[in-house]
Ligand binder design. Structure first.
Ligand code: NAP
Length: 266
Protein backbone atom coordinates (compact mmCIF):
# COMPACT_ATOMS: atom_id res chain seq x y z
CA UNK A 1 0.00 0.00 0.00
CA UNK A 2 1.39 3.41 -1.01
CA UNK A 3 0.38 6.63 0.70
CA UNK A 4 0.59 10.16 -0.72
CA UNK A 5 0.40 13.39 1.24
CA UNK A 6 -0.64 16.59 -0.53
CA UNK A 7 0.64 18.96 2.13
CA UNK A 8 3.09 17.73 4.74
CA UNK A 9 2.87 20.05 7.74
CA UNK A 10 2.16 19.38 11.41
CA UNK A 11 -0.70 16.91 11.03
CA UNK A 12 0.67 14.97 8.05
CA UNK A 13 4.05 14.65 9.77
CA UNK A 14 2.39 13.39 12.98
CA UNK A 15 0.44 10.75 11.02
CA UNK A 16 3.48 9.72 8.94
CA UNK A 17 5.68 9.45 12.07
CA UNK A 18 3.03 7.35 13.83
CA UNK A 19 2.59 5.00 10.87
CA UNK A 20 6.35 4.54 10.40
CA UNK A 21 7.00 3.97 14.12
CA UNK A 22 4.22 1.39 14.20
CA UNK A 23 5.65 -0.20 10.99
CA UNK A 24 2.21 0.03 9.36
CA UNK A 25 3.76 1.42 6.17
CA UNK A 26 7.33 1.32 4.94
CA UNK A 27 8.87 4.80 4.57
CA UNK A 28 9.72 4.17 0.91
CA UNK A 29 5.97 3.77 0.26
CA UNK A 30 5.16 7.27 1.49
CA UNK A 31 5.18 10.19 -0.97
CA UNK A 32 4.74 13.80 0.09
CA UNK A 33 4.78 17.34 -1.12
CA UNK A 34 4.66 20.72 0.57
CA UNK A 35 4.35 24.10 -1.14
CA UNK A 36 7.97 24.91 -0.29
CA UNK A 37 9.93 21.66 -0.48
CA UNK A 38 12.64 23.04 1.81
CA UNK A 39 10.08 22.90 4.63
CA UNK A 40 10.00 19.09 4.53
CA UNK A 41 13.60 18.41 3.60
CA UNK A 42 14.74 17.55 7.15
CA UNK A 43 11.61 15.52 7.93
CA UNK A 44 11.82 13.52 4.70
CA UNK A 45 15.53 12.82 5.17
CA UNK A 46 15.05 11.74 8.79
CA UNK A 47 12.11 9.48 7.99
CA UNK A 48 13.32 8.33 4.55
CA UNK A 49 10.04 9.15 2.81
CA UNK A 50 9.94 10.29 -0.81
CA UNK A 51 9.49 13.94 -1.76
CA UNK A 52 7.50 14.75 -4.91
CA UNK A 53 7.88 17.90 -6.97
CA UNK A 54 4.18 18.13 -7.87
CA UNK A 55 0.88 17.14 -6.31
CA UNK A 56 0.12 15.15 -9.46
CA UNK A 57 3.27 13.09 -8.81
CA UNK A 58 2.01 12.39 -5.25
CA UNK A 59 -1.39 11.36 -6.62
CA UNK A 60 0.04 9.11 -9.34
CA UNK A 61 2.32 7.26 -6.91
CA UNK A 62 -0.20 6.68 -4.13
CA UNK A 63 -3.06 4.22 -3.57
CA UNK A 64 -4.37 6.44 -0.78
CA UNK A 65 -4.10 10.21 -1.17
CA UNK A 66 -4.26 12.36 1.97
CA UNK A 67 -5.35 15.98 1.55
CA UNK A 68 -3.39 17.72 4.30
CA UNK A 69 -3.15 21.41 3.40
CA UNK A 70 -4.93 24.15 5.31
CA UNK A 71 -8.56 24.35 4.09
CA UNK A 72 -7.93 27.68 2.32
CA UNK A 73 -5.01 26.17 0.33
CA UNK A 74 -6.80 23.02 -0.78
CA UNK A 75 -8.38 24.33 -4.00
CA UNK A 76 -5.02 25.57 -5.34
CA UNK A 77 -3.32 22.30 -4.40
CA UNK A 78 -5.99 20.21 -6.12
CA UNK A 79 -5.81 22.19 -9.36
CA UNK A 80 -2.59 20.29 -10.07
CA UNK A 81 -4.25 16.88 -9.70
CA UNK A 82 -5.85 15.50 -12.84
CA UNK A 83 -7.24 12.26 -14.27
CA UNK A 84 -6.90 9.90 -11.37
CA UNK A 85 -7.66 6.20 -11.43
CA UNK A 86 -11.03 5.64 -9.75
CA UNK A 87 -9.46 3.01 -7.50
CA UNK A 88 -7.46 5.56 -5.52
CA UNK A 89 -8.88 6.42 -2.10
CA UNK A 90 -8.99 10.09 -1.07
CA UNK A 91 -8.73 10.95 2.63
CA UNK A 92 -9.34 14.59 3.49
CA UNK A 93 -7.84 15.76 6.77
CA UNK A 94 -8.86 19.38 6.23
CA UNK A 95 -10.94 20.59 9.17
CA UNK A 96 -14.33 21.97 8.21
CA UNK A 97 -14.15 20.99 4.53
CA UNK A 98 -17.34 19.09 3.68
CA UNK A 99 -17.09 15.87 1.74
CA UNK A 100 -19.36 17.33 -0.97
CA UNK A 101 -16.71 19.91 -1.92
CA UNK A 102 -13.99 17.23 -2.03
CA UNK A 103 -16.20 15.16 -4.35
CA UNK A 104 -16.25 18.02 -6.88
CA UNK A 105 -12.58 17.21 -7.59
CA UNK A 106 -12.82 13.44 -7.27
CA UNK A 107 -16.16 12.44 -8.78
CA UNK A 108 -15.39 8.74 -9.24
CA UNK A 109 -13.13 8.12 -6.24
CA UNK A 110 -14.02 6.83 -2.79
CA UNK A 111 -13.63 9.69 -0.30
CA UNK A 112 -13.32 9.73 3.48
CA UNK A 113 -13.32 12.85 5.64
CA UNK A 114 -11.23 12.36 8.76
CA UNK A 115 -10.91 14.51 11.86
CA UNK A 116 -7.48 13.64 13.22
CA UNK A 117 -5.18 14.93 15.95
CA UNK A 118 -1.46 15.52 16.40
CA UNK A 119 -1.32 12.69 18.96
CA UNK A 120 -1.13 10.40 15.91
CA UNK A 121 2.60 10.83 16.45
CA UNK A 122 2.36 8.84 19.69
CA UNK A 123 -0.13 6.39 18.15
CA UNK A 124 -2.96 7.69 20.23
CA UNK A 125 -6.15 9.70 19.86
CA UNK A 126 -9.54 9.53 18.23
CA UNK A 127 -10.12 9.70 14.47
CA UNK A 128 -13.63 10.64 13.36
CA UNK A 129 -14.23 9.12 9.92
CA UNK A 130 -17.09 9.88 7.53
CA UNK A 131 -17.17 7.66 4.44
CA UNK A 132 -18.59 8.75 1.12
CA UNK A 133 -18.86 6.30 -1.81
CA UNK A 134 -16.52 3.84 -0.10
CA UNK A 135 -16.83 0.10 -0.63
CA UNK A 136 -16.60 -2.31 2.31
CA UNK A 137 -13.03 -3.03 1.19
CA UNK A 138 -12.10 0.69 1.16
CA UNK A 139 -13.64 1.13 4.62
CA UNK A 140 -11.69 -1.82 6.00
CA UNK A 141 -8.41 -0.45 4.60
CA UNK A 142 -9.01 3.02 6.08
CA UNK A 143 -10.09 1.70 9.49
CA UNK A 144 -7.08 -0.63 9.66
CA UNK A 145 -4.73 2.23 8.82
CA UNK A 146 -6.08 4.51 11.56
CA UNK A 147 -6.42 1.66 14.08
CA UNK A 148 -2.65 1.32 14.00
CA UNK A 149 -2.23 4.88 15.29
CA UNK A 150 -5.24 5.30 17.58
CA UNK A 151 -8.98 4.81 17.74
CA UNK A 152 -11.06 5.28 14.57
CA UNK A 153 -14.74 6.09 15.08
CA UNK A 154 -17.07 5.82 12.07
CA UNK A 155 -19.48 8.77 11.88
CA UNK A 156 -23.06 8.46 10.58
CA UNK A 157 -23.07 12.05 9.31
CA UNK A 158 -20.84 15.11 9.15
CA UNK A 159 -22.56 16.57 12.22
CA UNK A 160 -20.80 13.81 14.16
CA UNK A 161 -17.50 14.95 12.64
CA UNK A 162 -18.25 18.40 14.15
CA UNK A 163 -18.93 16.68 17.50
CA UNK A 164 -15.58 14.84 17.34
CA UNK A 165 -13.87 18.11 16.36
CA UNK A 166 -15.24 19.65 19.57
CA UNK A 167 -15.13 16.71 21.97
CA UNK A 168 -11.88 15.04 20.88
CA UNK A 169 -9.71 17.35 18.75
CA UNK A 170 -10.49 20.48 20.80
CA UNK A 171 -11.26 18.16 23.72
CA UNK A 172 -7.55 17.57 24.17
CA UNK A 173 -7.23 21.33 24.76
CA UNK A 174 -10.05 21.26 27.33
CA UNK A 175 -8.31 18.43 29.20
CA UNK A 176 -5.03 20.42 29.16
CA UNK A 177 -6.95 23.33 30.71
CA UNK A 178 -8.35 21.07 33.46
CA UNK A 179 -4.86 19.70 34.13
CA UNK A 180 -3.59 23.27 34.32
CA UNK A 181 -6.21 24.07 37.00
CA UNK A 182 -5.11 21.04 39.06
CA UNK A 183 -1.49 22.16 38.62
CA UNK A 184 -2.28 25.70 39.88
CA UNK A 185 -4.08 24.28 42.89
CA UNK A 186 -1.12 22.04 43.78
CA UNK A 187 1.18 25.08 43.50
CA UNK A 188 -1.13 27.01 45.89
CA UNK A 189 -0.57 24.11 48.31
CA UNK A 190 3.16 24.71 48.27
CA UNK A 191 4.40 22.25 45.64
CA UNK A 192 6.95 23.21 43.03
CA UNK A 193 5.81 23.68 39.42
CA UNK A 194 7.71 20.51 38.54
CA UNK A 195 5.84 18.38 41.09
CA UNK A 196 2.52 20.15 40.51
CA UNK A 197 2.71 19.43 36.75
CA UNK A 198 3.77 15.84 37.37
CA UNK A 199 0.90 15.20 39.80
CA UNK A 200 -1.71 16.84 37.56
CA UNK A 201 -0.60 14.82 34.53
CA UNK A 202 -0.24 11.53 36.44
CA UNK A 203 -3.68 11.94 38.04
CA UNK A 204 -5.33 12.31 34.61
CA UNK A 205 -3.17 9.57 33.10
CA UNK A 206 -3.92 7.14 35.94
CA UNK A 207 -7.67 7.79 35.68
CA UNK A 208 -7.61 7.45 31.87
CA UNK A 209 -5.60 4.22 31.98
CA UNK A 210 -7.91 2.75 34.62
CA UNK A 211 -10.98 3.74 32.60
CA UNK A 212 -9.45 2.14 29.50
CA UNK A 213 -8.53 -1.16 31.14
CA UNK A 214 -11.47 -1.71 33.51
CA UNK A 215 -14.84 -2.97 32.26
CA UNK A 216 -16.84 -0.88 34.76
CA UNK A 217 -18.68 2.19 33.46
CA UNK A 218 -17.23 5.62 34.35
CA UNK A 219 -19.96 6.13 36.94
CA UNK A 220 -18.95 2.87 38.64
CA UNK A 221 -15.29 3.87 38.65
CA UNK A 222 -16.19 7.23 40.17
CA UNK A 223 -18.31 5.49 42.83
CA UNK A 224 -15.41 3.15 43.61
CA UNK A 225 -13.31 6.09 44.83
CA UNK A 226 -16.21 7.77 46.66
CA UNK A 227 -16.86 6.64 50.23
CA UNK A 228 -19.68 7.87 52.45
CA UNK A 229 -18.78 11.17 54.17
CA UNK A 230 -15.35 11.00 52.52
CA UNK A 231 -13.13 13.51 50.71
CA UNK A 232 -14.16 12.56 47.13
CA UNK A 233 -17.82 12.99 48.06
CA UNK A 234 -17.12 16.47 49.47
CA UNK A 235 -15.47 17.52 46.21
CA UNK A 236 -18.14 15.90 44.02
CA UNK A 237 -20.91 17.70 45.98
CA UNK A 238 -19.14 20.99 45.37
CA UNK A 239 -18.81 20.19 41.65
CA UNK A 240 -22.54 19.42 41.51
CA UNK A 241 -23.49 22.61 43.36
CA UNK A 242 -21.44 24.73 40.96
CA UNK A 243 -23.39 23.10 38.04
CA UNK A 244 -20.16 21.97 36.41
CA UNK A 245 -22.08 19.45 34.27
CA UNK A 246 -24.04 22.24 32.54
CA UNK A 247 -20.90 24.35 32.13
CA UNK A 248 -18.87 21.58 30.50
CA UNK A 249 -21.77 20.55 28.28
CA UNK A 250 -22.08 24.20 27.16
CA UNK A 251 -18.36 24.45 26.40
CA UNK A 252 -18.57 21.33 24.20
CA UNK A 253 -21.75 22.55 22.48
CA UNK A 254 -20.24 26.01 21.79
CA UNK A 255 -17.15 24.35 20.34
CA UNK A 256 -19.29 22.10 18.10
CA UNK A 257 -21.32 25.12 16.90
CA UNK A 258 -18.06 26.86 15.95
CA UNK A 259 -16.95 23.76 13.98
CA UNK A 260 -20.28 23.81 12.13
CA UNK A 261 -19.98 27.54 11.46
CA UNK A 262 -16.43 27.19 10.09
CA UNK A 263 -17.48 24.40 7.74
CA UNK A 264 -19.95 26.80 6.05
CA UNK A 265 -16.95 28.47 4.37
CA UNK A 266 -15.89 25.34 2.47
N1 NAP B 1 -2.73 20.51 13.26
C1 NAP B 1 -3.76 19.93 13.84
O1 NAP B 1 -3.77 19.63 15.04
C2 NAP B 1 -4.98 19.56 13.03
C3 NAP B 1 -6.04 18.85 13.64
C4 NAP B 1 -7.15 18.50 12.88
C5 NAP B 1 -7.21 18.87 11.53
N2 NAP B 1 -6.19 19.57 10.97
C6 NAP B 1 -6.30 19.94 9.56
O2 NAP B 1 -5.19 19.38 8.87
C7 NAP B 1 -4.80 20.24 7.81
C8 NAP B 1 -3.31 20.51 7.92
O3 NAP B 1 -3.06 21.19 9.15
P1 NAP B 1 -1.58 21.42 9.65
O4 NAP B 1 -1.68 21.89 11.05
O5 NAP B 1 -0.77 20.23 9.34
O6 NAP B 1 -1.15 22.65 8.69
P2 NAP B 1 0.32 23.10 8.27
O7 NAP B 1 1.30 22.67 9.30
O8 NAP B 1 0.22 24.52 7.89
O9 NAP B 1 0.59 22.22 6.95
C9 NAP B 1 0.00 22.50 5.72
C10 NAP B 1 0.84 21.86 4.63
O10 NAP B 1 0.22 22.13 3.38
C11 NAP B 1 1.25 22.54 2.46
N3 NAP B 1 0.67 23.22 1.32
C12 NAP B 1 0.08 24.44 1.23
N4 NAP B 1 -0.29 24.70 -0.04
C13 NAP B 1 0.08 23.61 -0.77
C14 NAP B 1 -0.02 23.27 -2.14
N5 NAP B 1 -0.57 24.10 -3.04
N6 NAP B 1 0.47 22.07 -2.55
C15 NAP B 1 1.06 21.21 -1.66
N7 NAP B 1 1.17 21.48 -0.35
C16 NAP B 1 0.69 22.67 0.08
C17 NAP B 1 2.16 23.36 3.32
O11 NAP B 1 3.39 23.59 2.66
P3 NAP B 1 4.37 24.81 3.15
O12 NAP B 1 4.70 24.54 4.59
O13 NAP B 1 5.55 24.67 2.27
O14 NAP B 1 3.59 26.07 2.95
C18 NAP B 1 2.26 22.44 4.53
O15 NAP B 1 3.15 21.38 4.27
C19 NAP B 1 -5.65 21.50 7.92
O16 NAP B 1 -6.66 21.45 6.95
C20 NAP B 1 -6.23 21.44 9.30
O17 NAP B 1 -7.53 21.96 9.33
C21 NAP B 1 -5.07 19.92 11.68
Amino acid sequence: MKLGFIGCGNLAQAIISGLILKKTIKPQNIFARSRNLNNIKKFSQKNKIKICKTNQEVALNADIIFLATKPQDLAAALKEVKQLSAKKIIISLAAGVKVESIKKNFKSNPVARVMATLSAKIQSGVYGIYFFNCSQRDKKIIIKLFSSIGTPIVCKNQGQIDAITAGSASGVGFVFELMRLFQSWFIKNGFTLHHARLMAVETFLGAAKMAKHEKRQLEGLRNAVTSKKGTTLAGLKSMKNSKIDKKITKALTDSKSRAKELSKNF
